[in-house]
Design a protein around this ligand. Structure first.
Ligand code: DX5
Ligand code: ZN
Length: 220
C-alpha cells in the first residue's frame, strides 16, 4: 500500500499559493487536496475550477478534488476539464451515488466517496467495488482548523476490515484535524492517504511536509 500526503490548500496563504504548494511538492507530498465548498452542502464557500486549473499546469502532484457540493454529478465534467486527477463526492450529497461514481470513472478519473462524521461505516459497503478511495471525514465538513473527532478511528478500522474482507484495493483517506501528533493513530487504524491543512500550511509548509513524510515512510 502506498502512503500519501495530501496537503489541503484551504489553509494556504492564497497570496503565495504557487510558492507554498511547491514547497510541499519538493518535500515529497504526492497529492494536492482541493476543498470545494458550495455554501449549500456545507455552510461555507471556498473556491472552484479556476483555482484548480491555474495550479494544474505548474505541478506534477495528483490533483485531488474533494467536492463538498450538493448534487456533485453536475460538476464532474468541469473538474475533469480543469485538470482533476481524482474526484471525491459525498455520499450524503448524491441523489444517485452509483451514477456519480460511474461518471467520474467514465471521465477517466479516480473516484472517491466521502462520508461525514454522522454517517456509519456500513453505508459505504455497497460502493466499495466502484471506488478507488473512501474519504472518512474526521471533522464536520465546512471549515479547516477543527478538532479531530476520536470516533473516526473506529470507523477507519471498520472500513479497512470491509475492504480486506472483500479482497479489494481501496485507499482510505482521512481529512480534518490531522497533525503530526495524531497522524500515527489514523495510520495504525488503517488510513493511507492523509489530508492535512493547518498542520502543513501554518508555519513552514516545506518543513511540515518533510516531518509528515518521515512518519509516512516508516509505514511503507
Ligand atoms: C474540511 C476540509 C478539510 C480541511 C482540513 O471541510 O475538507 O480538508 O481543510 O483542514 P485541517 O487539516 O486544518 O483540519
Ligand atoms: Zn477535504
Amino acid at each position: 500500500m502506498e502512503y500519501i500526503l495530501a496537503p489541503s490548500i484551504l489553509a494556504a496563504d492564497f497570496r503565495n499559493l504557487g510558492q507554498e504548494m511547491k514547497k510541499t511538492e519538493e518535500n515529497g507530498a504526492q497529492y494536492l487536496h482541493f476543498d470545494v465548498m458550495d455554501g449549500m452542502f456545507v455552510p461555507s464557500i471556498s473556491f472552484g475550477m479556476p483555482v484548480l486549473a491555474s495550479i494544474h499546469d505548474v505541478t506534477d502532484q495528483v490533483m485531488d478534488a474533494h467536492l463538498m457540493v450538493q448534487d456533485p454529478i453536475r460538476y464532474i465534467e468541469a473538474f475533469q476539464k480543469a485538470g482533476a486527477d481524482m474526484i471525491t463526492v459525498h455520499l450524503e450529497a448524491c441523489e444517485d451515488v452509483y451514477a456519480a461514481l460511474g461518471k467520474i470513472r467514465e471521465s477517466g478519473l479516480k473516484a472517491g466517496l466521502s462520508i461525514c462524521p454522522e454517517t456509519e461505516a456500513d453505508a459505504v459497503r455497497p460502493y466499495l467495488k466502484d471506488v478507488d478511495m473512501i474519504l472518512v471525514m474526521c471533522v464536520h465538513p465546512g471549515f479547516g482548523g477543527q478538532k479531530f473527532i476520536p470516533e473516526s478511528l473506529d470507523k477507519i478500522r471498520k472500513i479497512r476490515e470491509m475492504i480486506q474482507e472483500e479482497g479489494l484495493t481501496v485507499d482510505i483517506q482521512v481529512d480534518g484535524g490531522i497533525y503530526l501528533s495524531n497522524v500515527r493513530e489514523v495510520l495504525d487504524a488503517g488510513a493511507n492517504v492523509i489530508v492535512a491543512g493547518s498542520a502543513v500550511f501554518n508555519g513552514d509548509p516545506g518543513e511540515n511536509t518533510k516531518n509528515f513524510m518521515e512518519i509516512l515512510r516508516t509505514y511503507e
